[in-house]
Design a protein around this ligand. Structure first.
Ligand code: ADP
Ligand code: MG
Ligand code: MG
Length: 254
Protein backbone atom coordinates (compact mmCIF):
# COMPACT_ATOMS: atom_id res chain seq x y z
CA UNK A 1 0.00 0.00 0.00
CA UNK A 2 1.43 3.36 -1.06
CA UNK A 3 1.92 5.91 1.70
CA UNK A 4 2.42 9.65 1.35
CA UNK A 5 4.16 11.09 4.37
CA UNK A 6 4.39 14.81 4.98
CA UNK A 7 6.55 15.77 7.90
CA UNK A 8 7.03 19.27 9.35
CA UNK A 9 6.59 20.90 5.93
CA UNK A 10 7.46 24.59 5.74
CA UNK A 11 6.79 26.58 2.58
CA UNK A 12 7.33 30.21 1.65
CA UNK A 13 6.12 32.33 -1.23
CA UNK A 14 7.47 35.59 -2.63
CA UNK A 15 4.86 38.32 -2.56
CA UNK A 16 5.38 42.09 -2.84
CA UNK A 17 9.17 41.73 -2.60
CA UNK A 18 8.85 39.92 0.69
CA UNK A 19 9.18 36.27 1.65
CA UNK A 20 6.11 35.04 3.44
CA UNK A 21 5.93 31.73 5.27
CA UNK A 22 2.61 30.10 4.39
CA UNK A 23 3.03 26.52 5.59
CA UNK A 24 4.31 26.36 9.13
CA UNK A 25 4.97 22.71 9.87
CA UNK A 26 2.42 20.43 8.20
CA UNK A 27 2.32 16.81 9.34
CA UNK A 28 0.09 14.36 7.51
CA UNK A 29 0.17 10.73 6.44
CA UNK A 30 -2.16 9.49 3.69
CA UNK A 31 -2.32 5.82 2.72
CA UNK A 32 -3.77 4.29 -0.40
CA UNK A 33 -7.43 3.53 0.24
CA UNK A 34 -7.92 6.30 2.81
CA UNK A 35 -9.96 9.48 2.38
CA UNK A 36 -8.76 12.54 4.30
CA UNK A 37 -10.74 15.77 4.34
CA UNK A 38 -8.53 18.84 4.81
CA UNK A 39 -10.78 21.63 5.95
CA UNK A 40 -10.01 25.20 6.83
CA UNK A 41 -10.79 28.86 6.36
CA UNK A 42 -9.84 30.78 3.23
CA UNK A 43 -6.22 31.84 3.21
CA UNK A 44 -5.08 29.18 5.67
CA UNK A 45 -2.72 27.62 3.10
CA UNK A 46 -4.68 24.62 1.80
CA UNK A 47 -3.97 25.34 -1.86
CA UNK A 48 -0.35 26.10 -1.00
CA UNK A 49 -0.09 22.59 0.42
CA UNK A 50 -1.59 21.14 -2.78
CA UNK A 51 0.72 23.14 -5.05
CA UNK A 52 3.77 22.35 -2.94
CA UNK A 53 3.04 18.62 -3.21
CA UNK A 54 2.58 19.00 -6.96
CA UNK A 55 5.91 20.79 -7.32
CA UNK A 56 4.69 24.23 -8.40
CA UNK A 57 7.78 26.47 -8.86
CA UNK A 58 6.17 29.42 -7.09
CA UNK A 59 6.37 27.65 -3.74
CA UNK A 60 9.70 27.24 -1.95
CA UNK A 61 10.13 24.37 0.47
CA UNK A 62 12.18 25.69 3.37
CA UNK A 63 11.90 22.72 5.71
CA UNK A 64 10.47 19.29 6.28
CA UNK A 65 10.07 16.19 4.16
CA UNK A 66 7.56 14.61 1.77
CA UNK A 67 7.97 10.97 0.82
CA UNK A 68 5.94 8.51 -1.22
CA UNK A 69 6.81 4.98 -0.13
CA UNK A 70 10.03 6.35 1.26
CA UNK A 71 11.01 8.09 -1.99
CA UNK A 72 11.77 11.80 -1.68
CA UNK A 73 8.95 13.57 -3.51
CA UNK A 74 10.56 16.99 -3.12
CA UNK A 75 13.50 15.84 -5.25
CA UNK A 76 11.18 14.77 -8.08
CA UNK A 77 10.24 16.87 -11.11
CA UNK A 78 6.55 17.53 -11.72
CA UNK A 79 6.50 14.70 -14.29
CA UNK A 80 8.23 12.29 -11.95
CA UNK A 81 5.66 13.04 -9.28
CA UNK A 82 2.84 12.16 -11.67
CA UNK A 83 4.61 8.96 -12.70
CA UNK A 84 5.18 8.07 -9.05
CA UNK A 85 1.39 8.20 -8.64
CA UNK A 86 0.59 11.68 -7.36
CA UNK A 87 -2.39 13.47 -8.89
CA UNK A 88 -3.48 17.05 -8.31
CA UNK A 89 -6.85 18.51 -9.26
CA UNK A 90 -6.33 22.25 -8.98
CA UNK A 91 -8.72 24.75 -7.49
CA UNK A 92 -8.33 26.82 -10.66
CA UNK A 93 -7.54 24.44 -13.55
CA UNK A 94 -5.48 25.99 -16.36
CA UNK A 95 -6.37 26.12 -20.03
CA UNK A 96 -4.26 24.12 -22.46
CA UNK A 97 -4.89 25.72 -25.86
CA UNK A 98 -4.45 23.48 -28.88
CA UNK A 99 -4.64 20.24 -26.88
CA UNK A 100 -7.89 18.31 -26.98
CA UNK A 101 -9.25 16.50 -23.96
CA UNK A 102 -8.87 13.12 -25.68
CA UNK A 103 -5.24 13.78 -26.64
CA UNK A 104 -4.46 15.14 -23.22
CA UNK A 105 -5.90 12.09 -21.47
CA UNK A 106 -4.11 9.60 -23.72
CA UNK A 107 -0.79 11.44 -23.48
CA UNK A 108 -1.10 11.62 -19.69
CA UNK A 109 -2.01 7.95 -19.41
CA UNK A 110 0.92 7.01 -21.66
CA UNK A 111 3.36 9.09 -19.61
CA UNK A 112 2.14 7.68 -16.31
CA UNK A 113 1.89 4.04 -17.36
CA UNK A 114 5.09 4.09 -19.37
CA UNK A 115 3.28 2.75 -22.45
CA UNK A 116 0.35 3.81 -24.57
CA UNK A 117 -2.93 2.28 -23.44
CA UNK A 118 -4.37 -0.22 -25.94
CA UNK A 119 -6.51 1.88 -28.23
CA UNK A 120 -9.69 -0.21 -28.26
CA UNK A 121 -10.01 -0.71 -24.54
CA UNK A 122 -8.89 2.86 -23.90
CA UNK A 123 -11.52 4.41 -26.16
CA UNK A 124 -14.17 2.29 -24.48
CA UNK A 125 -12.93 3.20 -21.01
CA UNK A 126 -12.92 6.93 -21.82
CA UNK A 127 -16.40 6.74 -23.33
CA UNK A 128 -17.87 4.85 -20.36
CA UNK A 129 -16.24 7.12 -17.80
CA UNK A 130 -17.51 10.21 -19.61
CA UNK A 131 -21.00 8.76 -19.67
CA UNK A 132 -20.95 8.09 -15.95
CA UNK A 133 -19.83 11.69 -15.35
CA UNK A 134 -22.56 12.89 -17.73
CA UNK A 135 -20.01 14.58 -19.98
CA UNK A 136 -21.15 15.10 -23.56
CA UNK A 137 -19.08 13.05 -26.09
CA UNK A 138 -18.24 16.25 -28.04
CA UNK A 139 -16.26 17.35 -25.01
CA UNK A 140 -13.43 14.99 -25.99
CA UNK A 141 -12.56 17.17 -28.99
CA UNK A 142 -12.54 20.45 -27.09
CA UNK A 143 -9.31 22.03 -25.88
CA UNK A 144 -8.50 21.35 -22.25
CA UNK A 145 -10.34 23.78 -19.97
CA UNK A 146 -10.78 26.32 -22.79
CA UNK A 147 -14.16 27.92 -22.24
CA UNK A 148 -15.16 25.18 -19.82
CA UNK A 149 -17.74 26.15 -17.25
CA UNK A 150 -16.81 25.69 -13.59
CA UNK A 151 -18.75 22.44 -13.48
CA UNK A 152 -17.14 21.14 -16.70
CA UNK A 153 -13.66 21.82 -15.33
CA UNK A 154 -14.41 19.84 -12.19
CA UNK A 155 -15.92 16.92 -14.12
CA UNK A 156 -12.89 16.91 -16.39
CA UNK A 157 -10.65 16.63 -13.32
CA UNK A 158 -12.63 13.65 -12.08
CA UNK A 159 -12.47 12.12 -15.56
CA UNK A 160 -8.67 12.36 -15.33
CA UNK A 161 -8.74 10.94 -11.81
CA UNK A 162 -10.78 7.93 -12.88
CA UNK A 163 -8.71 7.23 -15.97
CA UNK A 164 -5.22 7.89 -14.62
CA UNK A 165 -5.71 5.88 -11.43
CA UNK A 166 -3.14 7.61 -9.23
CA UNK A 167 -2.00 6.26 -5.87
CA UNK A 168 -2.58 9.54 -4.07
CA UNK A 169 -5.08 12.14 -5.32
CA UNK A 170 -5.17 15.71 -4.07
CA UNK A 171 -8.48 17.36 -4.87
CA UNK A 172 -8.43 21.08 -4.16
CA UNK A 173 -11.94 22.50 -3.75
CA UNK A 174 -13.40 20.11 -6.28
CA UNK A 175 -16.77 21.07 -4.79
CA UNK A 176 -16.53 24.83 -5.27
CA UNK A 177 -19.00 26.41 -7.66
CA UNK A 178 -20.94 23.20 -8.31
CA UNK A 179 -24.71 23.02 -8.24
CA UNK A 180 -26.32 20.13 -6.38
CA UNK A 181 -26.53 17.82 -9.44
CA UNK A 182 -22.91 18.43 -10.49
CA UNK A 183 -21.75 17.97 -6.91
CA UNK A 184 -23.48 14.60 -6.79
CA UNK A 185 -21.97 13.47 -10.11
CA UNK A 186 -18.48 14.59 -9.11
CA UNK A 187 -18.84 12.96 -5.68
CA UNK A 188 -19.98 9.69 -7.24
CA UNK A 189 -16.82 9.73 -9.38
CA UNK A 190 -14.64 10.24 -6.31
CA UNK A 191 -16.51 7.45 -4.52
CA UNK A 192 -16.01 5.05 -7.45
CA UNK A 193 -12.28 5.70 -7.29
CA UNK A 194 -12.36 5.28 -3.56
CA UNK A 195 -14.17 1.95 -3.76
CA UNK A 196 -11.27 0.48 -5.73
CA UNK A 197 -9.33 0.83 -2.46
CA UNK A 198 -6.30 1.81 -4.54
CA UNK A 199 -6.33 5.57 -4.20
CA UNK A 200 -5.59 7.65 -1.14
CA UNK A 201 -7.49 10.93 -1.34
CA UNK A 202 -6.84 14.34 0.15
CA UNK A 203 -10.12 16.17 -0.22
CA UNK A 204 -9.37 19.84 0.36
CA UNK A 205 -12.45 21.89 1.04
CA UNK A 206 -13.73 24.99 2.73
CA UNK A 207 -17.30 23.71 3.05
CA UNK A 208 -18.72 20.58 4.68
CA UNK A 209 -21.30 20.20 1.88
CA UNK A 210 -19.33 17.66 -0.19
CA UNK A 211 -18.87 15.51 2.91
CA UNK A 212 -22.55 14.62 2.75
CA UNK A 213 -21.69 12.67 -0.39
CA UNK A 214 -18.15 11.56 0.39
CA UNK A 215 -17.64 10.23 3.90
CA UNK A 216 -14.05 10.86 4.96
CA UNK A 217 -12.14 8.40 7.12
CA UNK A 218 -10.25 11.30 8.66
CA UNK A 219 -10.92 15.03 8.99
CA UNK A 220 -8.14 17.55 9.58
CA UNK A 221 -8.63 21.18 10.47
CA UNK A 222 -6.16 23.44 8.69
CA UNK A 223 -5.49 26.85 10.16
CA UNK A 224 -2.72 29.41 9.66
CA UNK A 225 -0.47 27.03 7.76
CA UNK A 226 -0.74 23.83 9.73
CA UNK A 227 -3.06 21.06 10.83
CA UNK A 228 -4.40 22.05 14.22
CA UNK A 229 -6.82 19.20 14.88
CA UNK A 230 -7.52 15.75 13.46
CA UNK A 231 -10.40 13.39 13.99
CA UNK A 232 -12.97 11.21 12.29
CA UNK A 233 -16.03 12.16 10.24
CA UNK A 234 -17.68 13.57 13.38
CA UNK A 235 -15.20 16.46 13.32
CA UNK A 236 -16.81 17.63 10.05
CA UNK A 237 -20.21 17.74 11.78
CA UNK A 238 -18.70 19.89 14.51
CA UNK A 239 -17.24 22.25 11.88
CA UNK A 240 -20.59 22.42 10.11
CA UNK A 241 -22.25 23.56 13.33
CA UNK A 242 -19.54 25.74 14.79
CA UNK A 243 -17.45 26.95 11.84
CA UNK A 244 -13.74 27.66 12.08
CA UNK A 245 -13.93 30.43 14.64
CA UNK A 246 -12.57 28.33 17.48
CA UNK A 247 -9.43 27.71 15.41
CA UNK A 248 -8.79 31.23 14.18
CA UNK A 249 -9.25 33.20 17.38
CA UNK A 250 -6.36 35.39 18.42
CA UNK A 251 -5.62 36.57 14.90
CA UNK A 252 -3.28 33.73 14.04
CA UNK A 253 -5.00 33.12 10.71
CA UNK A 254 -3.09 34.18 7.63
P1 ADP B 1 -6.39 28.55 0.94
O1 ADP B 1 -6.31 27.61 -0.21
O2 ADP B 1 -6.50 27.87 2.26
O3 ADP B 1 -7.47 29.56 0.77
P2 ADP B 1 -3.88 29.61 -0.07
O4 ADP B 1 -2.87 28.53 0.01
O5 ADP B 1 -4.49 29.88 -1.39
O6 ADP B 1 -5.01 29.35 1.03
O7 ADP B 1 -3.25 30.96 0.45
C1 ADP B 1 -2.62 31.05 1.72
C2 ADP B 1 -1.90 32.38 1.85
O8 ADP B 1 -0.77 32.38 0.98
C3 ADP B 1 -2.72 33.58 1.46
O9 ADP B 1 -2.38 34.64 2.31
C4 ADP B 1 -2.29 33.84 0.04
O10 ADP B 1 -2.43 35.20 -0.29
C5 ADP B 1 -0.84 33.44 0.06
N1 ADP B 1 -0.41 32.92 -1.24
C6 ADP B 1 -0.67 31.71 -1.74
N2 ADP B 1 -0.14 31.55 -2.97
C7 ADP B 1 0.46 32.72 -3.25
C8 ADP B 1 1.20 33.21 -4.38
N3 ADP B 1 1.41 32.43 -5.45
N4 ADP B 1 1.67 34.45 -4.32
C9 ADP B 1 1.47 35.23 -3.23
N5 ADP B 1 0.79 34.84 -2.14
C10 ADP B 1 0.30 33.61 -2.14
MG1 MG C 1 -7.45 27.29 -1.88
MG1 MG D 1 -1.66 30.22 6.29
Amino acid sequence: MATLEIHDLHVTVEADNATKEILKGVDLTVKQGETHAIMGPNGSGKSTLAYSLAGHPKYTITGGTVTLDGEDVLEMSVDERARAGLFLAMQYPVEVPGVSVSNFLRTSATAIRGEAPKLRTWVKEVKETMERLQIDPSFAERNVNEGFSGGEKKRHEILQLELLKPKIAILDETDSGLDVDALRIVSEGVNRVRETGEVGTMLITHYTRILRYIKPDFVHVFSAGRIVESGGAELADKLENEGYEAYTKGGVSA
